[in-house]
Design a binder for this molecule. Structure first.
Ligand code: HAM
Length: 419
């Protein structure tokens, strides 16, 4: 019987893993420099953590199950709700803001397609304690600087669900969320139909359609002219001004409303590359309030999450040449094996070093070294031990030379650094 991978999941082979690790490390490096600290939460949580506020879409796609103790649990579909739960449970007395970043797998029961997986990874950041323009701008700028460091050109779209919610004024909270989800999916007609059915005034419907069409340079002026929610517009203006100080390029676009229900203010999305002929959303975020829902004070937060897999797909990272050293004992004589292992341990302080684990002959060991594209073989035999030396073979040049182990380390290092 052959057991296959579960639908919507992936295996990552060494080459892919190296690429992912390099990107992850760069993202961590930047988040740390910006003063964010890493946190980790469990892979599964009580299902209510997500059903309380994340929205219909997420609930439909959730991997939920009842465990042996009868608890209704879910594999996390995202990490914002868990991070806020952690904050409320463990840290709510500490000085604010708290600035966290995380990297973890998430699960959504989606139709698997390219770049849409049932297990995928998110790299995200949250500022807990503020949704002020400074916090909003910092979060957007952080995502922007991460992309810059990875040399990815993204299309950054900034919107404001607070403004949209104000336009939708009289509708119930649930109807507002419904309408916004339709807009998020680009289903305008459906949104209009739905609003008509809820008895929304023509004027509100027209205003909504007008605002979601507002994009680009003149957007702010147009919104000002619409004469809605003066304070909200002012706050957005401030956020955009700080974004300019950070030298971030963006497009104001009020059709960005996000697919999750918890956002309250500024929202943003970044697009890069394509998936199935559609622009691929590699990052999403905004300001929200979840803490009160989980038993804390009603404190505001702002954050984002990159879809790590989609980001990896559009990243072009150059990998350094893999350097591998193979230590080759000429036979399995105890004295030779002991010396070979001693030398291997020394080399492992500096380089990825292999030694035979298959009981192979000298010729077979060299042939394996060749097949894994090793750069060097360090050969150890009776003669070498007597002279207190090793024989270093450079596979790239074919040169072979006897020397002490320290000299060997220097030589390998010199050659690898020259490349
Ligand atoms: P989200 O937009 O649902 O937001 O997910 C963030 C990113 O995860 C998306 O932009 C996308 O790149 C990636 N993503 C989502 N579903 C999949 C999938 N099935 N396969 C591959 N990638 C996927 C959130 O999750 C919010 N928690 C973001 C946030 C943080 N808001 C505030 N703080």
């Amino acid at each position: 019987m052959r057991i296959e991978r579960v639908r919507g999941t992936r295996d990552f082979l060494p080459e892919e893993m190296r690429k992912r690790r390099m990107i992850e490390e760069e993202m961590r490096r930047i988040a740390e420099r910006w003063g964010y600290e890493e946190v980790k939460t469990p892979t599964f949580e009580h299902v209510e953590l997500f059903t309380l506020k994340s929205g219909e879409e997420i609930i439909k796609e959730m991997y939920d199950f009842v465990d042996k103790g009868g608890r209704h649990l879910a594999l996390r579909p995202e990490l914002t709700a868990p991070v806020i739960r952690m904050y409320v449970n463990e840290m709510k007395m500490e000085a604010k803001p708290k600035k966290f970043y995380y990297f973890g797998n998430c699960f959504r029961y989606e139709e698997p397609q390219r770049a849409r997986y049932r297990e995928f990874w998110q790299f995200g950041a949250e500022i807990i304690g503020s949704d002020k323009p400074e916090a909003q701008a910092e979060i957007i700028a952080l995502s922007y600087y991460i992309l810059k460091a990875l040399h990815v050109k993204g299309d950054l779209r900034v919107g404001h669900v607070g403004l949209i919610r104000e336009v939708l004024g009289g509708l119930s909270e649930e109807d507002k969320n419904r309408v916004m989800r339709m807009i998020d999916k680009g289903e305008r007609e459906k949104a209009v139909e739905y609003m008509k059915r809820t008895g929304a005034r023509e004027e509100i419907i027209a205003k909504l359609m007008q605002i979601i069409d507002i994009k680009g340079e003149e957007a702010l002026d147009e919104v000002r002219e619409m004469d809605i929610a003066e304070n909200t517009v002012k706050e957005l203006e401030e956020t955009l001004e700080i974004l300019d100080y950070y030298d971030v390029s963006y497009t104001l676009d009020f059709s960005v409303v996000r697919g999750l229900d918890y956002y309250t203010g500024m929202v943003f999305e970044i697009y890069a590359g394509e998936e199935m002929g559609k622009r691929s959303q590699i990052c999403g975020g905004g300001s929200y309030r979840l803490a009160a829902l989980f038993g804390g004070e009603d404190i505001p937060s702002t954050g984002f999450a990159f879809g790590f897999d989609r980001l990896v797909a559009v990243c072009d990272v150059k990998e350094d040449k893999r350097m591998r050293v193979v230590v080759v004992p000429v036979n399995r004589d105890a004295k030779i094996m002991k010396e070979a292992i001693r030398i291997t341990c020394k080399l492992r302080e500096h380089f990825p070093t292999y030694i035979d684990v298959m009981g192979r002959s000298l010729a077979a060991q060299l042939s394996y070294a060749n097949s894994i594209n090793a750069s060097f073989a360090v050969i150890i035999g009776e003669k070498e031990i007597k002279e207190g030396k090793i024989t270093l073979r450079n596979f790239d040049t074919g040169e072979q030379e006897k020397m002490g182990v320290e000299e060997c380390i220097e030589k390998i290092r010199g050659i690898t650094f020259r490349e």
